[in-house]
Design a protein around this ligand. Structure first.
Ligand code: FPP
Length: 239
């Protein structure tokens, strides 16, 4: 039986609970998102130090557009502030930034800053930071189908290898570990195709409180699992 002894090559996170964190403290939701951004920043650095090669953060889902306009605006303002403030640090840490999701519908300034940071960090190799933005797992699957259709592939040519090339994560391994904070036990349209063999870690901790010790707990839990990838009794060591 295989034990997941290593550091996951790819960790994907659903950062949930900013609003409840703020409410518990009598703060505005904005303050919750601000605190959540600080947590995200620290997690990026910690994962890079631990040797995680791919980190995906669910930053804004396609469904999040239905939140109040002010809140949506604030999340993108925070994103822009984060990217501007972190560019040098990403370069120093050799971290490449990419986006999973439809960039075209994002606010103009966010698009501009994202494009600039993606371009400047394109050569970084130590870790890839994927921000899932305006992301929907179902839409990603449909988009991949459209991509294959546009290439004129016939049924027999639509293999898993051809399909994954059409996903936003093309060229990256599937997530080994998916973490969701705040006690919600759902996948919420996140990485639906890529999550096929992921291990899940759910915690009651609200996102702004997800610190290095919480990450250690998630990793210890992951490392205690047996990953079989649908097989029985074989040694399957994760990357
Ligand atoms: C969930 O809290 C969080 C989000 C909707 C995404 C916003 C994420 C951040 C601001 C972190 C930013 C990260 C970067 C990299 C800039 P919630 O509002 O759903 O909380 P609730 O369920 O308690 O209301």
């Amino acid at each position: 039986m295989a034990e997941a002894t290593g550091i996951p090559a790819h960790i994907a996170v659903i950062m949930d609970g900013n609003g409840r964190w703020a409410q518990k403290r009598g703060l505005s939701r904005s303050e919750g998102h601000r605190a959540g951004t600080r947590t995200a920043k620290a997690l990026v650095t910690r994962c890079r130090e631990l040797g995680v090669r791919h980190l995906t953060l669910y930053t804004f889902s396609r469904e999040n557009w239905s939140r109040p306009k002010d809140e949506v605006g604030l999340i993108f303002d925070l994103l822009v502030e984060y990217l501007r403030g972190e560019l040098q640090s990403l370069l120093d840490q050799d971290i490449r930034l990419t986006v999973l999701g439809e960039l075209a519908d994002l606010p103009f300034v966010a698009r501009q800053v994202l494009s600039m940071v993606m371009e400047k960090t394109a050569g970084c190799r130590s870790m890839t930071l994927n921000l899932a933005l305006n992301y929907s797992g179902r839409e990603e699957i449909l988009r991949a189908c459209r991509g294959l259709a546009e290439k004129g592939l016939r049924g027999a040519e639509i293999t898993e290898a051809a399909f994954v090339q059409e996903l936003y994560t093309a060229g990256q391994p599937d997530p080994d570990l998916i973490i969701r904070t705040s006690g919600e036990l759902r996948l919420s349209n996140y990485l639906l195709f890529q999550a096929a063999y992921a291990e899940f870690y759910f915690t009651e901790t609200l996102w702004p409180d997800f610190d290095a010790a919480e990450l250690e707990r998630a990793l210890a839990d992951y490392q205690s699992r047996q990953r079989r990838f649908g097989k029985t009794g074989e040694q399957v060591l994760p990357g």
